[in-house]
Design a protein around this ligand. Structure first.
Ligand code: ADP
Ligand code: ASP
Ligand code: MG
Length: 409
């Protein structure tokens, strides 16, 4: 069985954690292993590109300590550290600086597994993970031998002009999915600091538990609506290629984790996720009455400004939409004002409850509304995918609502 494994920041966050990773990839006989940067590196590197130069020595010490603890022969690792920190201190290119976390982490890890006798080769991801002029990512052909543990960087890639770029925060999951699909892996395993996809976000909700299996669509819905364990783009390449995704805990490899396949989990209530910083735009207009073509004109405004819409509800005289990308919100509001009165409300959250919301499974909505009790709801989206209900609320009610909803799972 050919496997692509990905380990996140905490999973490679110390010498001790890296030793765990080595034993896991040996155990799983990983064909290729995708690593994030040691935990905290990307945050620190972004801060450094914003002139927080006091972060440099702290970050450097983290890597020095790791090398000292992990390796017997340290010369090559320290040479790599010097090269990376030379870029961090002197480069004017923020993408190059931010890439050094993954570059140095994979270098140190590869040296370690070679030192313990594993036949390993380090691949430089921007040589084969590329984006086109519209930012779409893909992987060039990779020819891999069976007798080698390949290690590469998640997150970083090369754009169509040959410049180093990245796939966005949390993008190492996406790298692994793209690579796994490209080399036709049988399985992509995402190893992290928790035992799979939980029923709710454990950072906010008490008494969540892991879910053993779900479908690509169910996982995509949760990831898109904020389940941080999985970057939302991860699902599509694996779903298209029919590759199972397994979410596993590096700190507890025996735990079952979550298996994501084509098979739908039929349970009534599966899990909830939430997304913050949502802006609501309400357009009220008498011109909507019995008119056709109104929504097309509204959607065209968002399309012109490359802004995607998350939720939408309509009445005869009003339409409400939500967006999380507000880079063009002023221009959008200005253009929409041609069609009616515009109201904008910031600081909202979408809470998405995933489960069996098929039309013939009556009573689901009423159970949800009983559970959320008197929390004020601004918008409701139900009936599109038949597997979720999404509610828009003021962010201040988010934790309370998530906690109440968790009783359903
Ligand atoms: P990594 O660095 O390994 O990529 P992340 O921090 O990106 O790890 O993702 C794992 C974290 O996602 C968990 O520690 C947890 O706090 C958070 N998380 C949010 N929602 C969920 C959920 N529904 N199930 C599991 N973890 C979740
Ligand atoms: N290191 C990158 C980040 O922190 C990518 C990743 O961890 O997935 O966003
Ligand atoms: Mg992540």
């Amino acid at each position: 069985m050919r496997k692509t494994l990905k380990f996140g920041g905490t999973s490679v966050g110390s010498a001790e954690a890296m030793k765990m990773v080595a034993s896991i990839i040996k155990n799983e006989q990983a064909q290729i292993t995708v690593l994030s940067a040691m935990s905290g590196s990307t945050d620190a590197l972004i801060a450094i590109t914003n002139d927080e130069l006091n972060r440099i020595p702290i970050l450097e010490k983290k890597y020095i300590d790791c090398i000292n603890e992990l390796l017997n022969d340290k010369a090559e690792a320290f040479a790599a550290l010097n090269d990376c920190f030379d870029v961090i201190k002197n480069s004017k290119n923020p993408y190059k600086i931010i890439a050094q976390g993954e570059i140095l982490t994979t270098k140190i890890f590869t040296l370690y597994i070679k030192e313990i006798g594993m036949n390993a080769e380090l691949l430089y991801a921007p040589d084969f993970v590329v984006t086109d002029c519209e930012g779409r990512a893909s992987v060039n052909t990779l020819l891999l031998r069976d007798d080698t543990y390949y290690i590469t960087q998640g997150f970083i890639c090369c754009d169509h002009l040959g410049n180093i770029k990245n796939l966005g925060r949390g993008g190492s999951d996406y790298s692994a999915a793209l690579i796994g699909a490209s080399i036709e892996s049988d399985e992509v395993q995402i190893w992290t600091d928790i035992d799979g996809m939980h029923t709710g976000d454990p950072r906010y909700v008490k008494d969540t538990h892991p879910i053993s299996e779900m479908s690509f669509s169910q996982a995509a819905e949760l990831a898109y609506f904020g389940a941080k364990i999985l970057h939302p783009s991860t699902i599509l390449p694996c779903c298209e290629a029919g590759i199972d995704v397994l979410l596993k805990n590096t700190m507890d490899p025996e735990a079952e984790g979550t298996r994501i396949t084509h098979k739908e989990n039929e349970i009534n209530f599966l899990a909830a996720a939430s997304k913050d910083n949502i802006t609501l735009i309400r357009i009220t207009s008498d011109r909507m009455l019995l008119a056709y073509g109104f929504l097309r004109r509204v959607f065209e405004v968002f399309e012109r400004h490359s802004t995607s819409i998350d939720m939408i509800t309509t009445s005869e005289v009003a339409v409400s939409l939500t967006v999380d990308d507000t880079h063009a919100i002023d221009a959008i509001a200005h253009e929409l004002s041609e069609y009616g009165h515009i109201e904008i409300e910031t600081s909202n959250a979408i809470v998405c409850i995933v489960g069996n919301m098929a039309y013939d499974n009556g009573g689901m909505a009423s159970i949800v509304f009983d559970t959320v009790n008197k929390t004020p709801i601004k918008m409701i989206s139900y009936g599109a995918s038949q597997r979720s209900i999404s509610l828009l609320i003021d962010s201040k009610y988010k934790i309370e609502m998530l906690q109440n909803i968790n009783s359903l799972f």
